[in-house]
Design a protein around this ligand. Structure first.
Ligand SMILES: Nc1ncnc2c1ncn2[C@@H]1O[C@H](COP(=O)(O)OP(=O)(O)OP(=O)(O)O)[C@@H](O)[C@H]1O
Ligand SMILES: [Mg+2]
Length: 293
């Protein structure tokens, strides 16, 4: 079961989601998407939310970001209710796009320039970001001259230069090929580790979740809520080679997969097609990981 959140733990919790519910539509057409959901984002930590496709993850992101309001329950940031969007909480969506008419450098500089912060300090930060994402040599290239993975890296840098207190990422690497995705995990981990900020990352990919997370929130099927929290106590900075060779990482992965499987089985007995697909995928992954199963 999900651990109780200590809502008053101001030092530790930057954002608290407390018994939040949300439905779309009204009356007999109302469709509950999130129900009685509670969790917190710990300050300076990377919290990863993993749950089945369509369970309500993006809905929770919209509630956290303040784009929508819950029907009941509260979302607070540093004890203040979230009542609308704020530059303190920046969301990077899967479909975020770069400005095609600006090169890499100017795309990253867009936010600071809009605020009149084209200073020597900001320029030095851009250089550091370009180095961290491995694109110093691509500073003058336009988005159309970059690969999909490179574009995603520029998008990450463009978001992180604004240094939001809370960075929210909604499946930012979905759709990238497996190798590019793994590289992205390393680049993103470096960015997070150097930022000291609170991050919230949503995914459906268990390896991505374990490689990145300090804490893993496991979600139920729709209408979703947190069903378990797994602490990912792997050392940082993280390297992909460590992840695949680490016994601890495999232990955590099997624990998380077991919890996800239990969740899928519950919905499966209720006849959900998504759950049936998930059970199949889980069985396949267990076979692939035969040694660890
Ligand atoms: N604005 C809306 N109006 C009506 N229904 C909505 C709205 N937004 C989401 N939904 C429904 O809520 C459910 C959850 O959607 P949501 O996008 O939050 O899930 P998700 O977990 O992010 O899915 P995915 O894994 O596909 O990204 C879906 O059934 C969707 O159809
Ligand atoms: Mg989504």
């Amino acid at each position: 079961m999900a651990q109780e959140i200590d809502k008053n733990d101001f030092e530790q919790n930057e954002v608290v989601v407390d018994r939040v519910s949300k439905a779309y539509g009204t009356g007999q057409f109302a469709k509950p998407v999130v129900t009685d959901c509670s969790f917190s984002l710990q300050r300076g930590k990377l919290t990863v939310m993993i749950g089945p496709s369509g369970c309500g993850k993006s809905t929770l992101i919209r509630l956290l970001a303040g784009f929508e309001a819950p029907d009941s329950g509260t979302v607070t940031m540093n004890h203040k209710p979230v009542s609308g969007p704020s530059k303190e909480r920046l969301v990077l969506f899967q479909e975020t796009a770069l400005f095609p008419w600006l090169n890499t450098y100017d795309n990253i500089m867009f936010g600071p320039r809009a605020r009149g912060e084209d200073t020597a300090e900001t320029k030095a930060t851009v250089e550091k970001l370009l180095e961290t994402i491995g694109l110093t040599a691509f500073r003058k290239k336009y988005p159309s001259q970059l690969s999909g993975g490179m574009q995603r890296r520029v998008e990450l840098a463009r978001a992180m230069i604004n240094d939001p207190q809370v960075m929210i990422l909604d499946e930012p690497f979905r759709g990238l090929d497996a190798m590019t995705k793994e590289l992205m995990w390393e680049y993103y981990a470096r960015l997070f580790e150097s930022s000291q900020r609170t991050h919230f990352f949503v995914t459906t990919d268990i390896d991505e979740a374990i490689f990145l997370a300090d804490r893993l929130l496991i979600m139920t099927h729709i209408p979703t809520k947190t069903t378990a929290i797994v602490d990912v106590d792997l050392p940082r900075p993280r390297k992909l080679t460590d992840l695949f060779e680490s016994e601890r990482a495999n232990e955590i992965k099997m624990k998380a997969l077991t919890l996800l499987h239990q969740e899928a089985m519950k919905s499966f007995s209720g006849g959900s097609k998504a759950a049936a697909d998930f059970v199949d995928a889980y069985a396949k992954r267990k076979t692939e990981n035969g040694k660890q199963a």
